[in-house]
Design a protein around this ligand. Structure first.
Ligand code: SR1
Ligand code: MG
Length: 418
């Protein structure tokens, strides 16, 4: 039984070998004696089953969507089709930024299964940021990944037919987008059923929920998320979607992929680094390590703008700002002006999306391990409160901060406050 011609059924450690043992693209890597495969379920995310499958010849990851949100249970159904969006995003990202995402060996739409490369000895970046580990090349890979995937999935690079087909494909991902629309942009700003927060934050939370500028700003970001189908986004680019070794970085888990505004992925990414920065007192890492995190943030943004500008100048072969209208007419200046405007727009969105991400990871359903694992409740509230204060500032004043250095300085000031 391959799984392809059967009704959907979740895999288990006991059944996986028998169900996938006949699939040549898998046995070629793992080995054909599926009865001897060692299978371990390791999923620690919010949504899916994840198995490590080890055989005589090699190891793969088998990821399978469940028909509900794992974090909550079967009271919250979620379509299996998210595996299809993840698969389609992975194969596009692999083309747009080769080597940064895990190779896909096999996809089964009915069973919602993706079989892909086992990354070892990689660990989830979020855990590494708690352990105080530094990673060479991290910022470079992430900055280039954002620039390449965002640019190459946009009308700056794609022709009209391919772009419209991709927009149509990802537009059907209604339920996954609805999670983001609700949990990220709306729930934090009222007493929604699935929300929870550290009790020591009650007074600050009440102030934030009464803050009209913040609520309006968050909804302006939501409007951009909903209405600006600019490029194919990863859609959930936080530090739990990144795997690292000392010197290698991979991006995983694009099941929330959608067409949206360029600043969303980088904003979510930087917001998670700023939260990791504020959480450091809860993990005993020193001030140098905190500064290293701020350095990573600055380098991601710098790499992003450098690579994006390079692609703009060398690869603008799509249907927008065509070279035939600019450089080919001797109007290189016009192309540079348009680039500067685009980077400014992405910058302001990046700050706004970073801010809403920091707020939702503290007040809404899904929090971050860096804060959740701080047992001292008063210390946790202090770390989270600092994240909330920077987040609020980024949303409300996103048009008034003109460099990453300004934001990092603000983070340092907030980190010193009680
Ligand atoms: C119900 S899913 C909650 C969160 O987990 C995912 O990783 C996304 O970030 C989503 O918002
Ligand atoms: Mg995920």
């Amino acid at each position: 039984m391959t799984g392809t011609d059967q009704d959907y059924a979740p895999l288990s450690v006991e059944t996986l070998g028998a169900r996938l043992g006949g699939i040549e693209t898998i046995t070629r890597i793992v080995g054909s004696d599926s009865a001897a495969w060692q299978v371990k379920e390791v999923g620690d995310g919010n949504l899916n089953l994840v198995f490590i499958v080890k055989g005589s010849a090699g190891t793969v990851i088998v990821k399978q969507a469940l028909p509900y949100v794992r974090l909550v249970g079967d009271s919250w159904p979620l379509p299996l089709k998210r595996a299809y969006y993840e698969y389609n995003a992975l194969i596009r990202q692999a083309k747009r930024d080769p080597g940064t995402v895990p190779e896909v060996y096999h996809f089964d739409e009915t069973q919602a299964i993706i079989v892909m490369a086992f990354l070892t000895p990689h660990i989830i970046l979020r855990h590494s940021l708690m352990a105080g580990t530094r990673h060479d090349g991290l910022a470079g890979v992430l900055g280039r990944f954002c620039a390449r995937t965002l640019f190459r999935g946009s009308p700056l690079s794609m022709d009209a037919a391919r772009r419209k087909a991709d927009i149509a494909l990802f537009a059907e991902s209604v339920e996954l987008c609805d999670i983001t629309e609700t949990l990220v942009f709306s729930d934090p700003y009222f007493d929604a059923e699935r929300n929870h927060h550290t009790p020591g934050l009650d007074a600050l939370v009440a102030r934030l929920r009464a803050d009209v500028d913040l609520k309006v700003g968050a909804h302006q970001m939501k409007e951009r998320f909903l209405t600006r189908a600019e490029t194919m986004l990863h859609g959930d680019l936080h530090t739990g979607s990144i795997m690292v070794t000392a010197d290698e970085t991979k991006v995983i888990d694009p099941e929330f992929a959608l067409y949206g505004p360029m600043g969303f992925d980088i904003g979510m990414l930087l917001g998670n680094f700023w939260m990791a920065y504020f959480a450091q007192p809860g993990h005993g890492n020193d001030a140098d390590y905190q500064e290293w995190i701020l350095g990573v943030i600055a380098e991601i943004w710098d790499t992003f703008t450098t690579e994006f500008s390079h692609l703009w100048r060398t690869e603008r072969t799509g249907i927008l700002f065509e070279a035939s209208l600019f450089e080919d007419q001797g109007d290189g200046l016009g192309a540079e002006q348009a680039l500067a405007n685009k980077l400014q727009e992405i910058w302001q969105d990046t700050l706004g999306f970073a801010g809403v991400e920091m707020i939702r990871r503290t007040l809404s359903l899904a929090h971050i391990a860096e804060n959740d694992s701080i047992e001292d409740e008063a210390l946790r509230a202090q770390c989270e409160g600092r994240g909330l204060r920077l987040g609020r500032q980024l949303v409300v004043n996103r048009n008034g901060m003109d460099s990453i250095a300004v934001v990092n300085d603000l983070a340092r000031i907030i980190a010193r406050e009680k």
